[in-house]
Design a protein around this ligand. Structure first.
Ligand SMILES: NC(=O)c1ccc[n+]([C@@H]2O[C@H](COP(=O)([O-])OP(=O)(O)OC[C@H]3O[C@@H](n4cnc5c(N)ncnc54)[C@H](OP(=O)(O)O)[C@@H]3O)[C@@H](O)[C@H]2O)c1
Length: 391
C-alpha cells in the first residue's frame, strides 16, 4: 500500500483523485488532505478517506473543522503553517491540486527526496518554473504531469530524447465561445463563460479555458515540465478533446495521447506504479465518435493565448505577471466588475506596465510572490484607470 496526500482535496482535482483511490481499494493510504475555506467539505473528505491529518488554509475555520471531524480521531490544523506542515508530511505521492498562486508554497513544501508529486497546480510552473524544476532535480523529486494534455504528452514521449522531438502540441476544446464572433465574446456573461463543453472544473480554470488563456498557461507549463523551448510548442483546437497532446518526431512520425475527456484518466496514470490503475473511464469509442476535428487557434478572437505565448518567449518575470494579472481579472469578471473582453486587456496592460521593471526569473518562492504582489497592484491599477469595466 502506498501513501498519498492531497492538496486541494475538496476541489475538482481532489474529488476526482479520491474517486480513483476508491476505484482501487487497498492500494493507497491517505495521509493528509488540504482544503482552502470549506471546513465541512474538508472534514467529509478526510473522514471518507480515513486521512490522518486535515489542514484548512483559512485559520478562522479551525473550530468548524474540529466540530465537523467530531470523534473521527483525525488530527487537524488551520492556517498557512498547517497547510505547509501537511504538504511536508512524508508520503510516497502527493497530488498538488490547489488552485491559483495559493498552491505555490504548499507545492514547494511538498518537494522531498524520492517523492513523486502529481502536479495539477500549473501556477507553480507558470510563476516559478525554473526554480521549481531545479529544486525538484536537486532534491530528487519526480514531477508527474497531471494536466490531461501534459499527461498525454508524457505518455507519448515514453522517455524518448527531446533531441528526437520536432514539436509538442497541446489540444484545446476551443471553449464555449469557439464559434462566436469577437464582439459576442467581449460581452459574454459569467454563466456563459462557466459552461465548459467537456469538463466540469473549478471556476477559475473554466473561465481561463473560455478565453484560451488556460492553453497559454499550459504551454508555459509544458515548457518547464518537459524542458523544451517555446518554438517547439504549439496548440491546436480540437473540440472533441479525445486527443489531448501530440508529439511530432524528427522523422515525421506523430504520436497522439488519447482518452475520453475525464480527469480520472490522467489522475490514474499519475497514481499508478508498475501496473495501470482502474480509472473507471473506458477508452474512446472512435467508431461511435465518427470523426475528430482540428483547427488552428484564432489569436484575433482569443488574444490572451497570444499574450501568454509572448510572455513564455520573454521569460523572466513575464509569466508570473501574466498569471497574477489573469487571476485579478478573472476574479473581477466572476464578481461582475468587468466584462469578458476586459480580461485580456488587463493582462496586456499589466504586462506593458511591468515590462519597465527589470525582474529576472524568480529564484525562490519569496521572489515569485514579490513579482506576483507587484503585478497584482499593477493589474488593479489598470482596472482603476477607467479603461476597462464597461460591458
Ligand atoms: N479541474 C480540472 O479538471 C483541472 C485540470 C487540469 C489542471 N487543473 C489545475 O488544478 C488546480 C486545481 O483546479 P480545480 O479545478 O480542482 O480547482 P477548484 O475546484 O477550485 O479546487 C481548488 C482547491 O484548492 C483549495 N484551495 C483554495 N485556496 C486554497 C489555499 N489558499 N490553500 C489551500 N487550499 C486552497 C480549495 O479549497 P476550498 O474549496 O475549501 O476553498 C479546493 O480544494 C488548478 O491549478 C487548475 O489549473 C485542474
Amino acid at each position: 500500500m502506498r501513501t498519498l496526500s492531497i492538496l486541494g482535496a475538496t476541489g475538482s482535482i481532489g474529488r476526482s483523485t479520491l474517486e480513483v483511490v476508491r476505484a482501487n481499494p487497498g492500494q493507497f493510504r491517505i495521509i493528509a488532505v488540504v482544503g482552502g475555506h470549506d471546513a465541512t467539505a474538508l472534514a467529509q473528505a478526510a473522514v471518507a478517506a480515513r486521512a490522518r491529518f486535515a489542514a484548512l488554509a483559512d485559520p478562522a475555520g479551525l473550530g468548524a473543522l474540529r466540530a465537523a471531524l467530531g470523534s473521527s480521531g483525525i488530527a487537524c490544523g488551520a492556517g498557512q503553517q498547517a497547510v505547509l506542515d501537511a504538504a511536508a508530511m512524508p508520503t510516497d505521492l502527493i497530488v498538488a491540486g490547489i488552485s491559483g498562486i495559493a498552491g505555490l508554497k504548499p507545492t514547494v513544501a511538498a518537494l522531498a527526496p524520492g517523492r513523486r508529486i502529481a502536479l495539477a497546480n500549473k501556477e507553480t510552473l507558470v510563476c516559478a518554473g525554473d526554480f521549481f524544476m531545479a529544486e525538484a532535480r536537486r532534491l530528487g523529486t519526480t514531477i508527474l504531469p497531471m494536466d490531461s494534455e501534459h499527461n498525454a504528452v508524457a505518455q507519448a514521449l515514453c522517455g524518448r530524447s527531446l533531441a528526437d522531438v520536432a514539436r509538442i502540441t497541446l489540444t484545446a476544446s476551443g471553449g464555449p465561445f469557439r464559434t462566436w464572433d469577437a464582439e459576442r465574446i467581449r460581452k459574454a456573461r459569467r454563466e456563459e463563460a462557466l459552461t465548459h463543453p467537456n469538463y466540469a472544473m473549478g471556476a477559475k480554470i473554466t473561465v481561463d479555458s473560455a478565453g484560451l488563456v488556460n492553453k497559454g498557461l499550459e504551454l508555459i507549463e509544458a515548457h518547464h515540465i518537459f524542458g523544451i523551448e517555446p518554438d517547439r510548442l504549439d496548440a491546436v483546437i480540437h473540440p472533441q478533446q479525445i486527443v489531448h497532446g501530440l508529439v511530432s518526431f524528427t522523422d515525421g512520425s506523430m504520436i497522439a495521447g488519447m482518452a475520453r475527456p475525464n480527469m480520472c484518466v490522467p489522475i490514474a496514470d499519475c497514481l499508478a506504479a508498475e501496473r495501470r490503475l482502474v480509472s473507471g473511464v473506458p477508452a474512446p469509442d472512435l467508431a461511435a465518435l465518427g470523426g475528430l476535428g482540428f483547427e488552428a487557434p484564432d489569436l484575433v478572437r482569443f488574444p490572451a493565448l497570444g499574450l501568454a505565448m509572448q510572455a513564455m518567449r520573454a521569460g523572466g518575470h513575464a509569466t508570473a505577471v501574466l498569471n497574477a494579472a489573469d487571476e485579478v481579472a478573472v476574479e473581477a469578471f466572476l464578481a461582475g466588475a468587468i466584462c469578458f473582453g476586459d480580461i485580456h486587456r488587463i493582462i496586456e496592460e499589466t504586462l506593458e506596465v511591468t515590462a519597465r521593471d527589470i525582474m529576472r526569473s524568480p529564484s525562490s518562492v519569496e521572489e515569485a510572490l514579490a513579482i506576483d504582489h507587484t503585478a497584482r497592484i499593477a493589474a488593479r491599477g489598470v482596472m482603476a484607470s477607467g479603461r476597462v469595466g464597461t460591458a
